[in-house]
Design a binder for this molecule. Structure first.
Ligand code: ATP
Ligand code: MG
Length: 321
């Protein structure tokens, strides 16, 4: 029995996650789902966005389907997503950029780098430490190499010409790639951002540090129709969390116009993770057929609502059975 924790979160999480969950439940009626409340809404009511009890619930799940959490610029509020990634030790953030001829997978280091949480402020200075460790780099590099082994090659996005922390990251990634016998190239992240957009065919698996991976994947979303399209998996030794790359998008929340494809594709990644690649492929194929039939949300130039798009995918999935 696969136990799936469902966290809608905030904003459009309340709209796209129910759609993804219904599709999961349709292809795997045997899954057990349970809701977990986390986020800004909860924090406003209780002063705690994600406590120890909540973490225990998340830990008890085989996989987590996650929406998005609003991180307000409130100094008392610690980013919940960062807390969960850290506490569950979800070290690899896997972000496939796929559509048309584009087939790239960005693997973002997820626990350290500029998001290590080592920050302090002084009266006229504010500092954030960028910590890169050998262990942190090794495990994400190993994950990326395993992925690249069954594909084509690996690119290491970095800024080692300026940052000492990236010298270590590149050194470790190149060593892991050599060990795994994976062809590997190091590229500076700024040039890489441009080149990925101009020549996506040159790229396959890209491994990079935390914030570079975040920025690169939002930019690469341009290649496949925008932020509403990108799913992601956060992978650890014991836990795994699946979420759209986009955030809670408060500007469009509550209007039934958010594109649920990123969330649905995240559910497909969850299916693959728990060992059901056939169901994952069926869900992805159903999304493709619905889009090809011209049913699209406004961000893709259509007029379909979030729920209507979801219902169309559900029908398609049912037909495929
Ligand atoms: P957060 O603070 O939670 O990251 P955000 O304001 O940065 O939220 P994002 O969700 O990261 O918002 O997305 C940026 C913009 O992209 C949104 O304001 C929204 O207009 C658009 N967008 C994001 N996701 C979707 C989606 N699923 N469908 C349609 N448009 C989206
Ligand atoms: Mg955002």
């Amino acid at each position: 029995m696969v136990k799936v924790a469902v966290v809608e979160g905030d904003g459009i999480g309340h709209e796209v996650i129910p759609v993804a969950r219904d599709i999961l439940a349709a292809v795997r009626p045997d899954f057990e789902f349970f809701d977990v409340e986390v986020g800004y809404g909860l924090w406003e009511r209780t002063g705690c966005a994600c406590g120890e009890e909540t973490m225990a619930e998340l830990r008890s799940a085989d996989a987590i389907l996650f929406g998005a959490i609003t991180t307000p610029p409130d100094p008392d509020y610690r980013s919940v997503v960062l807390q969960i990634r850290h506490d569950l030790d979800l070290y690899a953030n896997v972000r496939p950029i796929q559509g048309g001829d584009v087939d790239i997978v960005i693997v973002r280091e997820n626990t350290e780098g500029l998001y290590s949480g080592i920050e302090w402020t002084e009266p006229d200075r504010a500092c954030t430490a960028r910590v890169v460790t050998r262990r942190g780099s090794e495990r994400v590099a190993r994950y990326a190499c395993t992925l690249a082994k069954s594909r084509r090659h690996l690119t290491v996005g970095n800024k080692a010409n300026v940052l000492k922390s990236d010298c270590l990251f590149v050194e470790v990634c190149m060593a892991e790639a050599a060990r795994a016998n994976v062809p590997c190239t190091a590229r500076y992240i700024d040039a890489l951002c441009l080149d990925v957009l101009m020549h996506p065919d040159r790229y396959d698996v890209i491994v990079t540090t935390n914030i570079f991976g975040d920025i690169l994947s939002d930019a690469a979303a341009y290649l496949v129709g925008g932020l509403g399209m990108l799913p992601s998996a956060n992978i650890g030794e014991r836990h795994a969390l699946f979420e759209p790359v986009h955030g809670s998008a408060p500007d469009i929340a509550g209007q039934n116009i958010a594109n649920p494809i990123a969330a649905i594709r995240s559910a497909a990644m969850l299916l693959r993770h728990v060992g059901d690649p056939a169901a994952a492929a069926a869900v992805e194929e159903a999304v493709r057929r619905v889009v090809d039939a011209g049913i699209r949300t406004p961000d893709l130039g259509g007029t379909a609502g979030t729920r209507e798009f979801g219902a169309a995918v559900l029908r398609e999935v049912g037909r495929g059975k």
